[in-house]
Design a protein. Structure first.
Length: 429
């Protein structure tokens, strides 16, 4: 029924467009067609139900949510109002890979790419769970365990509901945590004003720069950072700097591995990869740590089963790459490990002898597909492929071999993951 309605609307638009061309050729004024919110919603929902690999959810009532969103969306008088509604609808899925644009400055910044705080409600209070290192929040002294009392003048409990607008009346606990993280990281433009209660009970009014502006300022960094740590500087730490979508990273990582091949241990730090990337870069990185072809990730594409009743599932392999490193390897990950970064973590776990250390990752669901919507001029990104560890574990459910929380910044400002690496190295001596 929804598909037929959408196709019927397309036919009507086509007829209207033909009339408009005739009017232009005759010199008559062209009337603007009224915005058809029903056709726009039909197009959006058909896309979501047909192509989104994660539409079947057990943590939210999808049918009820889409019915509620449709009710709000049908009130839209123009494409801008409609885009806002479906943008907010996407947020209710708590999936940073489900995105509706084009963005406005009034939209909340994209997590975790433009985010420096991970927040959650714990025992009824809005707590900082982790802080991105060297970020505005880190430099302002915010640390895990601090409490957020208010965001831009709104109590934290209310601020957590604002990103969803009218489309979500009764958020789940998980949705409130997601909304809190969105609110705490601010909108795409403008400063963030937080009132924070520290662990020592002191209260501070803190003003932070836009996370989007800060994230944009990082674009000129090298693709890969290499440093040596430890008493004799024998441990190599190799960090892709949010560059997994840049094919120049392949050669840069090769060069870093060449310098690191004599190290007593290698730390692959994936905690600064929130924006994802491509499989060529991922496979080139993992290849340095395998001596023979190994499976590293499993894909499932639900759209084919939905359309043809024929499932499609396959395992992707990684091939060896020089120089090979066979010594101790540790893979660090956390909330700013996103998409392809998450794929590298589960791939290193599956294909190599590496030890993974970290917390829950960015949980960007699936391989990204992109669509333009004709009836609303909106753009939708969504996970079209469901991704899994080769053992069948959904990528978003992966748990580190060595779990730590927080994974980026300890209460005292130190690096908890690097600390754990040295503890494990000492234990192995």
């Amino acid at each position: 029924m929804r598909v037929q309605a959408a196709l019927g609307a397309i036919a009507l638009v086509g007829a209207a467009s033909g009339a408009a061309v005739q009017a232009q050729q005759s010199g008559q004024p062209v009337a603007q067609a009224a915005f058809d919110a029903a056709a726009a919603w039909g197009e959006f929902e058909t896309l979501l139900r047909g192509k989104y690999a994660y539409i079947e959810r057990d943590d939210i009532d999808v049918d009820a949510q889409l019915a509620r969103s449709k009710e709000v969306a049908l009130k839209s008088e123009n494409p801008a109002q409609f885009r806002k509604v479906i943008h907010q609808t996407a947020l209710t899925f708590m999936d940073p890979h489900l995105i509706v644009g084009p963005f406005t400055d009034d939209d909340y910044a994209i997590v975790m790419t433009a985010a420096d705080l991970d927040l959650a409600f714990i025992d009824g209070e809005a707590k900082i769970v982790d802080v991105r290192r060297d970020s505005p929040a880190f430099e302002a002294g915010l640390r895990p365990g601090d409490t957020i009392a208010s965001i831009d003048g709104t109590p934290a409990s209310g601020a957590a509901r604002l990103p969803f607008g009218e489309v979500l009346s009764e958020p789940t606990d998980a949705q409130l945590d997601y909304g809190l993280t969105l609110a705490g990281n601010g909108k795409r433009a403008g400063l963030r004003k937080l009132v924070v209660r520290k662990v020592d009970a002191s209260v501070h009014a803190i003003e932070l720069a836009s996370t989007r502006d800060w994230a944009n300022s990082l674009r000129d960094r090298p693709t890969v950072d290499l440093r040596f740590i430890g008493q004799d500087d024998s441990v190599a730490v190799i960090t892709p700097l949010n560059s997994l979508g840049n094919n120049d990273t392949i050669a840069a990582f090769d060069a870093a591995m060449e310098e690191a091949k004599g190290a007593s241990a290698v730390v692959l730090d994936m905690r600064e990869t929130p924006s994802g990337g491509n499989t060529e870069v991922a496979r080139s990185i993992i290849g340095h740590f395998v001596s023979e072809a190994q499976p590293y990730q499993m894909h499932r594409v639900p759209v084919y089963e939905r359309e043809f009743t024929v499932p499609r599932q396959f395992v992707e392999y990684v091939m060896p790459r020089e120089p090979y490193y066979g010594g101790p390897v540790f893979v660090l990950h956390g909330r700013w490990t996103g998409s392809m970064g998450e794929g590298i973590v589960i791939g290193m776990d599956a294909a190599s002898d590496a030890v993974t250390i970290g917390s829950d990752m960015g949980d960007l669901l699936g391989g990204l597909w992109n669509y333009d919507l004709e009836h609303s001029d909106a753009r939708v990104d969504l996970g079209g492929e469901a991704l899994f560890h080769v053992n069948g574990t959904p990528r978003e459910d992966y748990i580190a071999q060595v779990e730590i929380m927080p994974a980026s910044t300890a209460r005292d400002g130190s690096d908890p993951a690097i600390t754990r690496v040295f503890e494990l190295l000492e234990k192995s001596d």
